[in-house]
Design a protein around this ligand. Structure first.
Ligand SMILES: Cc1ncc(C[n+]2csc(CCOP(=O)(O)OP(=O)(O)O)c2C)c(N)n1
Length: 374
């Protein structure tokens, strides 16, 4: 038995939830897709990060008095903790909202290294936050759980959470697909970047399929793994790359970022420009979507990243949407003095047999540090 995303959405609506926001998660993908297809404009907003989603839910309550639902992967709890504790909490503004948290890394279920600890501490973390929560699985009596959760919320006036186990939701294929920004695939673009990069360039790559593809490409090229794979901490790739670049002034640092990732902590760009790392190529792999977790849209397609990079003070910008134009754009910016943004417009898509890093995170870190120390 699995929870039908449509029934679940109806149950929430019947209880007065009239606004949905969050950052998508693969485990909640069918629910996210259903919400996206069945909410009118303005009833569903995909947020840049989970803290923003909590803040939007809070603002929604201020404006309407009603309760919003905020969905996220459990890794996003970190981003949400501050507005939950310092604003929505019963001891501060006391704002009800229903958190729907995807439980990656649940103890006993095999998952990637970045999910293990977060999975183990998710429930204790909610306990510490004093957020009442209920575990939801496919055969849960969802009406009974929601009754209890909404009763608790009515009593305290503050947030409550559902912790959703893997495979709890039944399948739903979203109808809204983000329009492809070009015919170029991320993996082909990454392959070309590895051809264009110098052997001593340092690469820091973002969360999700980008790092998985990069890992596979190094294997295919018969090269040692030496790139830093930001397997967790989505949105922080560019700041990691900045930290590296500031102490590796002689080396070119290539940051392989996603549009969801870049938007998540976009303030980092202003600080990168302020610090002016000498040889910093910030590659934006812009497919307009959170492809790694189901292809939900980001706000990126309507952002003019050329103007943005100029406004924050990057030293250059180039854009490409084919392999040929990627080579040309690379030649334009890769030798610049100061941080540059190289935007690649892409379509969604990845190999069905895409692997996952087979070396440990500790080995990955060690290999990067050795490469950086050469
Ligand atoms: C803080 C946090 N929130 C959510 C996730 C789940 N997550 C992993 S990859 C990803 C999508 C990343 O989108 P983007 O940067 O555009 O790259 P793409 O998947 O399109 O290659 C999300 C939402 C996460 N790992 N961490």
């Amino acid at each position: 038995m699995m929870i039908d995303p449509g029934h679940f959405l109806d149950s929430l609506r019947r209880r007065g939830v009239d606004f949905f926001t969050g950052v998508p998660d693969s485990l909640l993908a069918s629910f996210c897709a259903y919400v996206d297809d069945h909410c009118a404009d303005g009833q569903h907003v995909i947020a840049a990060n989970e803290g923003n989603a909590v803040a939007m839910a809070l603002g929604h309550h201020l404006a309407t008095g009603s309760t919003a639902a905020v969905y996220m992967q459990n890794s996003g709890l970190g981003n949400a903790v501050n507005p939950l504790t310092s604003l929505a909490d019963g001891e501060v503004y006391r704002v009800p909202m229903l958190l729907i948290v995807g439980w990656r890394g649940e103890p006993g279920i095999k998952d990637e290294p970045q999910h293990r600890k977060q999975g183990r501490i998710t429930r204790p973390q909610l306990d510490v936050l004093e957020i009442p929560h209920w575990v939801v699985q496919g055969d849960s009596d969802i009406e009974a759980i929601l009754d209890e959760a909404f009763r608790a919320m009515a009593n305290t006036g503050a947030p409550v959470a559902l912790v959703v186990r893997k495979d709890a939701f039944g399948d739903y294929q979203g109808q809204r697909k983000s329009a492809p920004l070009s015919a170029l695939l991320r993996e082909d673009a990454l392959r070309r970047i590895l051809e264009l990069a110098a052997p001593d360039d340092l690469i820091v790559s973002t969360t999700g399929k980008t790092s998985r593809e990069l890992f596979d490409l190094r294997v295919a090229r018969g090269e040692a793994q030496q790139d830093f794979l930001t397997v967790g901490g989505m949105g922080h790739t560019a700041s990691i790359a900045l930290g590296v670049a500031m102490r590796q002034a002689g080396r070119r640092v290539i940051c392989l970022d996603g549009d969801g990732s870049l938007l998540m902590h976009m303030g980092a760009m202003a600080v990168i420009a302020q610090q002016k790392p000498a040889r910093f190529v910030h590659v934006l792999l812009n497919n307009g979507a959170h492809e790694s977790v189901g292809g939900q849209a980001t706000a990126a397609p309507r952002v003019d990243f050329g103007k943005l990079s100029d406004a924050v003070g990057y030293a250059g910008y180039a854009c490409a949407d084919t392999l040929d134009s990627l080579s040309t754009a690379w030649a334009q910016v890769a030798e610049a003095n100061g941080p540059v943004l190289l935007e690649l417009k892409l379509r969604c898509g990845s190999r069905k047999d895409l692997g996952r890093p087979t070396t440990s995170t500790w080995d990955n870190k060690q290999a990067f540090m050795e490469a950086a120390g050469d």
